[in-house]
Design a protein. Structure first.
Length: 212
């Protein structure tokens, strides 16, 4: 188990995600991954965290970290959609066209956790009003999306958004004003009608001065 990863979050009786440092004495909490009962630890040497009441062989802090970040990000997207807000996302283009900034919800009207696409099941699916998938989000803690899933997204023209989460201190990335994923398989630049590659940006310097 990585020392950087602890059970920093758990679910309460209503399924709400609760941070360890806000845990209430006498309240029952459950593991977000295996649903086993947990107890809060408020030690002085180790930062606040939860521990399983009974040892669980089929659960790990890594799997819980994956689940919690996915749920926090899903809740962020769902809330923004419900309020009709925009959700800014920024990424470095993998086609070497610089950085891009856009609205993650521009074409989205519905968001689903564990969205079933038949050939694969991304962590979060973004759908338009016709039920078509316009983007998918994968949260990576230990295992990246397999090649079959990536090939499926590319064949269907579905942009893939990936967040690499290495420790529970990175859970705050789901609530940042501007979402900054580690990878977005999409480029906003138009394509060349001849070679079909994305056009690179050109900079034009204009000097407003007297002619020399």
């Amino acid at each position: 188990m990585s020392k950087e990863i602890l059970y920093s979050f758990a679910n309460d009786d209503c399924g709400n995600v609760v941070a360890a440092y806000t845990a209430q004495r006498g309240q029952t909490y459950f593991c977000p991954s295996c649903n086993g009962e947990m107890v809060s630890r408020m030690g002085k040497k180790v930062r606040p965290h939860y521990a399983h009441k009974s040892l669980s062989q089929n659960c790990s802090p890594e799997s819980a970290l994956h689940f919690v970040f996915k749920r926090l990000l899903y809740n962020r997207i769902f809330t923004s959609l419900s309020k009709g807000e925009t959700l800014t996302i920024q990424w470095d283009c993998k086609s070497y066209c610089g950085s891009h900034t856009g609205d993650l919800l521009r074409r989205t009207t519905l968001v689903e956790e564990e969205c079933s696409l038949g050939a694969c099941r991304p962590d979060i699916g973004m759908l338009d009003k016709s039920g078509n998938v316009v983007a998918v989000i994968e949260v990576v803690v230990t295992h990246p999306p397999d090649e079959t899933a990536i090939e499926f997204y590319q064949a269907k023209g579905i942009p893939l958004v990936v967040f690499h989460i290495k420790s529970d201190s990175e859970l705050s990335r789901a609530s940042e004003e501007i979402l900054k994923p580690d990878l977005v398989d999409a480029c906003l630049n138009p394509r060349c009608p001849k070679c079909h590659q994305h056009k690179s940006r050109q900079r034009l310097l204009i000097i407003d001065a007297k002619c020399w």
